[in-house]
Design a protein around this ligand. Structure first.
Ligand code: ADP
Ligand code: HMS
Length: 556
């Protein structure tokens, strides 16, 4: 009898479950649930307004994903719950929330319902930049060695700047919280009844390493006296390696999800990291881009190297036995969405409707007909700040070269190209610091939907790009970890390497660079680098000054 595993990917806008045949890797059913509250970046459910740069989620939405998608995949596939041997989940990160000891999120307690700090702070919550700046300055002054593991700077997207913001701006939330926890670990805690924090988010997002643990109490005290014991008081020093079993499904959650109590649940993982074995990467030098709302760039290497401006490297962080390197771009799909919602005239929407296309498809059709360089446009892809290699959420987007004849499709293409140049800078930066990017792979919603973007990435980078065969690669990766949590005896696997051999897959085609386009893009990339350094490295801080004025004006 075939055995199955369920992988659940908690993305930025939705959660998706896949039911996977453990022996063949076939995804027999998929179910997607948009989050009821979506991304809260303007107001809370009760109407409380949020300041600029906030991005929150509601934890109830994650439970709804479990309750709807899991029964749905079983029903669609006609598979019995008795044949499901394991569950794995992955999440965006750092996506964190304050909870009580029993797991109750503070935002679900009446007195905190209108307090924004009681909600889940999503990875792209960028309002903690000033705390990140303070953390980085103190870490540099103290000569903290951990900075080296994080490309020299801790991002405002990571855990401690977010905790600092809560402490400073809502001390009542800080005091009431028994724990701060990654949403990934919170969902596992809900499913199993045990708090088992994963090494992936701890390593990449919370300055933890398996050799050194967390930074010292003295460092935390220097950030704020109240933070001296933050790890012991509000987090935990018990960190569990990815690839292990966290526990088993409780009666209550089994009922909710339509599964058997006792089903194995894997230690949680991060969406980007879990995707690496799902495309079959189990060796060094093969970079995977997970292209969606944002892009994460994942790479295995066998040595520790200081690479400035990356998100970080963590020993065993992606796969055991390797250093897992991560870099990222905060704004990819996000600014395509912004563009179609704000900058495309009704005539384009009418045309799309007439042709039976969605607006992205129409823009792609028109943008495809353009040659590289033909529009005369060049953009900086910082609509959501810059994660790598500048690590600065206060940078903003820019488009240069517009005239009275500039068309929406030209702007759309310029935005795609900007993200491709942003990726090329990340690749060059790895190569310049002793880590060779030998091959390029892609997965994620956009890698699946956008062949124009993929071809532009191949043309800009000059590298062939292999693409995941799964439309839900992170969820497939999670299902692989679910099968490992179940173990061989139950019909699963004893290691993620064994699971990857059987369950990972690539499409039978790849995107190959067009040499002529590559030559033109070399010239455009040179110009991009000039703008990148001019606006991003302090020659002209106009973007930050504009943000300051915006902040001042919003208070009048
Ligand atoms: N047909 C399309 N072509 C290109 N991009 C698209 C298309 N449809 C949606 N997008 C973009 O995909 C992004 C979502 O990416 P996806 O990988 O599906 O989600 P997530 O980042 O939550 O994992 C949106 O921000 C949107 O801009
Ligand atoms: O930062 C990470 C992973 O480290 C991601 O979770 C974050 O960029 C969000 O990913 P998505 O764009 O939602 O796929």
């Amino acid at each position: 009898m075939a055995k199955f595993s369920i992988g659940i990917d908690f993305g930025t806008q939705s959660g998706r479950a896949v039911l996977v045949n453990v022996e063949t890797g076939e995804e027999v059913a998929t179910s997607v649930k948009e989050y009821t509250h979506g991304v809260m970046d303007e107001s809370l459910p009760d109407g409380t307004k949020l300041p600029h740069d906030w991005a929150l989620q509601h934890p109830q939405d994650y439970i709804e994903v479990l309750a709807t998608t899991v029964p749905d995949v079983l029903k669609k596939a006609g598979v019995s719950k008795d044949d499901v041997i394991g569950i794995g989940i992955d999440f965006t990160a750092c996506t964190m929330l304050p909870i009580k000891k029993d797991g109750t999120p503070l935002c679900m307690i009446d007195k905190f319902k209108s307090n924004p700090h009681a909600y889940v702070k999503l990875w792209k919550h960028h309002a903690a930049q000033k705390y990140a700046n303070r953390l980085n300055q103190i870490a540099q002054e103290r000569g903290e060695k951990f900075l080296q593991r994080y490309g020299g700077k801790i991002s405002s997207e990571w855990l401690f700047p977010k905790i600092m913001q809560i402490l400073e701006e809502a001390p009542e939330v800080y005091e009431e919280a028994d724990r701060f926890i990654e949403a990934a670990d919170w969902v596992v805690m809900k499913m199993t009844g045990v708090e088992k924090r994963n090494s992936c988010t701890a390593g990449y997002k919370a300055i933890w390493s398996k050799r050194e643990g967390y930074p010292s109490k003295e460092f935390f005290k220097a950030l704020h006296p109240r933070l001296e014991n933050v790890v012991d008081e509000k987090l935990s020093r018990d960190i569990y390696p990815i690839g292990q079993k966290a526990g088993e499904l409780t009666e209550e959650m089994a009922k909710l999800m339509g599964l058997n109590p006792g089903t194995a649940v894997a230690i949680a993982n991060v969406d980007a990291h879990v995707s690496v074995p799902a495309v079959g990467i189990t060796d060094i030098g093969k970079m995977l881009m997970i292209i969606g709302t944002s892009t994460c760039h994942m790479l295995l290497w066998n040595e520790e190297k200081m690479v400035p401006g990356i998100c970080g490297y963590v020993e065993d962080g992606i796969l055991p036995g390797f250093y897992g390197y991560e870099a990222g771009q905060s704004c990819v799909g996000d600014h395509f969405e912004w563009f179609v919602e704000n900058c495309v005239p009704p005539t384009y929407y009418d045309e799309a409707k007439r042709k039976g296309l969605n607006i992205y498809q129409l823009l792609k059709e028109k943008a495809k007909a353009l040659k590289p360089g033909q529009s005369g446009l060049l953009a900086l892809d910082w609509w959501n700040g810059n994660r790598s290699i500048l690590v600065d959420a206060d940078l903003t987007g820019m488009m240069l070269g517009m005239t009275l004849t500039t068309k929406p499709e030209e702007m759309y293409r310029a935005l795609i190209e900007a993200t491709a140049y942003g990726t090329k800078i990340i690749i060059d930066n790895f190569n310049e610091h002793g880590i060779e990017v030998r091959e390029l792979y892609a997965c994620g919603g956009i890698a699946e939907k956008d062949e124009l973007l993929m071809q532009i990435y191949a043309d800009v980078t000059g590298l062939e790009i292999k693409v995941s065969a799964s439309p839900q690669t992170p969820a497939l990766g999670s299902a692989m970890f679910g099968a490992v949590a179940a173990g061989k005896e139950k019909g699963g696997y004893d290691s993620i390497f064994e699971a990857a051999k059987k369950m990972a897959k690539l499409k039978d085609y790849s995107y190959k660079p067009n040499p002529q386009n590559h030559e033109i893009y070399k010239k455009l990339y040179k110009e991009y680098r000039i703008l990148h350094d001019y606006f991003g490295r302090g020659t002209n801080d106009v973007m930050k000054r504009l943000k300051e004025i915006k902040e001042e004006v919003s208070k009048i």
